[in-house]
Design a protein around this ligand. Structure first.
Ligand code: RP5
Ligand code: MG
Ligand code: MG
Length: 279
């Protein structure tokens, strides 16, 4: 894998903290670098002790590389190293020690539901891209409130939660605003959603995410699954409404030129290839 880039972004998100600058050839931990002196930072929203965050190391010794009381501390990339009681980012240096904005030491597991449909004209005919001549996919995208970037409506896997549930729950919260609609409305949309989300879907990606919140000791990993509405009459007809950590929601054309949060563009590229769509 190429060296992570967004995991070395300046400044660290939600702060004015400058990461210790890490050149490409010093990302890998195997490169000895005596001068390396990362800035230590854990955001106040983490240290104040919400349910989704671990306590500080010292008072707390989690069981790394295992499932620890419902919290999955295993990595999709095999066992990670633990040095001086702190887990080491498997993709290398980030210029920042501590947890930053992430709650868990080590891997922070998320799930990304990639809901797609074909782009069609008024008559329902598939539209092809003028350059590639390939049909164009659209996916449900949200504008993140934290950074203003467009993203897949993904979210963290709760302790003990099945990933299949996280996918449907996060999509409902962020793209359908399930946390604020009436019980009646929720029931109506639930049936249609579950049909699509109970289908097997296409596993797009499983592993490390190059997320701007990553640190030397805490990082994002995800399972990204594509649920495709081939006929355009299941989720395509649902009214999208942004909720929770989403500021806006809309169908966006799948296209390499559209910038997306973290590694999400990479996931969409895999979807486009799988479905023989424009990229
Ligand atoms: C990304 O952060 C994942 O790919 C997922 O989309 C997201 C989960 O974090 P929150 O949306 O809960 O902040 O790394
Ligand atoms: Mg969420
Ligand atoms: Mg989210």
């Amino acid at each position: 894998a190429p060296p992570h880039v967004k995991s070395r972004c300046q400044p660290y998100p939600g702060s004015q903290i400058q990461r210790f600058s890490v050149p490409d050839d010093k990302v890998d931990w195997s490169q000895v670098w005596a001068q390396y002196s990362p800035v230590n930072h854990t955001d106040a929203c983490v240290t104040k002790g919400p349910t989704w965050a671990d306590p500080d190391i010292g008072t707390f010794a989690p069981r790394f590389n295992s499932v620890d009381g419902g919290v999955d501390r295993t990595s999709f990339h095999g066992d990670y190293k633990v040095v001086q009681a702190r887990p080491l980012n498997p993709r290398g240096r980030t210029g920042l020690a501590g947890r930053g904005l992430l709650g868990r030491w080590g891997p922070n597991h998320a799930a990304d539901p990639i809901v797609t449909r074909w782009k069609v004209d008024a008559k329902g005919q598939k539209l092809s891209h003028p350059v590639s001549k390939l049909p164009v996919l659209q996916f449900v995208s949200i504008k993140r409130k934290d950074c203003g970037e467009w993203a897949i409506p993904g979210g963290m896997v709760d302790p003990g939660e099945l990933v299949s549930l996280t996918l449907q729950r996060e999509f409902s919260e962020e793209a359908l605003n399930s946390l604020s609609v009436t019980a009646e409305e929720r029931a109506k949309t639930h049936e249609r959603i579950s049909k699509l989300f109970n289908s097997p879907g296409f596993e797009v990606y499983k592993g490390y995410v190059d997320d701007p919140r990553n640190t030397d000791n805490a990082w994002m990993e995800t399972v990204a699954i594509n649920f495709h509405d081939e006929t355009g009459n299941s989720v395509s007809e649902l009214p999208l409404q942004a909720g929770d950590d989403a500021g806006q929601v809309t169908w966006i054309d799948v296209d390499s030129s559209f910038p997306l949060y973290a590694s999400h563009s990479h996931f969409l590229q895999t979807v486009a290839k799988e479905r023989h769509a424009h990229w």
